[in-house]
Design a protein around this ligand. Sequence first.
Ligand code: PGA
Length: 220
Amino acid sequence: MKQIFIVGNWKSNKTALEATEWLEMVKNQGLSLREDQKVVLCVPFTLLQLVSSFVKENNLQIAVGAQDISQFDEGSFTGATNGKQIAEFATYVIIGHSERRMHFGEIDEVLAMKFDMARKYALTPIYLVQDKDTVIPEGISIVGYEPVFAIGTGIPDTPENANAVAKEIKTRHAGVSVLYGGSVTSVNVSKFTQLSDIDGVIPGKASLNPQEFLQLIKNA
Ligand code: PGA
């Protein structure tokens, strides 16, 4: 039985109040996962503590993730959030989102340093690539394929192409799980998760609304 990951990415959204409302709603509606499902919620740094405390106290089956990690260890790096700090609250971290590459100038060398930091602090990296040829550091166990044209546009890649890219990545990196991200919704999610080489999805927009996110999990 393959494991299906559902990795919500809140991006730069939600205040503490809004996050609490989301969590309360999910708690009240009830989150019941199938045995093969794993839900990870990647939230802004400012919400890591709040979300991790809430899921622990309420036994919600949600693993917490960060959306980025400093390429440096603790020390004189003003404004950076390091792996040691993240690991207090989270077990996963997204590395290499195209928005980080595009708006924050993150290049492969920096992303490789981030991967090393994640590993140092026992965080599981979800390494995002934009196509089958994007460089992937050795030792990654979860890769997310997110074509730029599909992110936030409402126009996902075709499930067939996403599956072909996932398959290609797996032939180059034995043993990795490959997730698909880019305009995944509760309506189209099963078209991706039912395919042989896709091990889960990364919904951005669809993770912001708790009802939509719960429906997406149900349909995945
Ligand atoms: P989207 O974002 O679901 O809003 O397209 C996905 C992502 O960028 O991770």
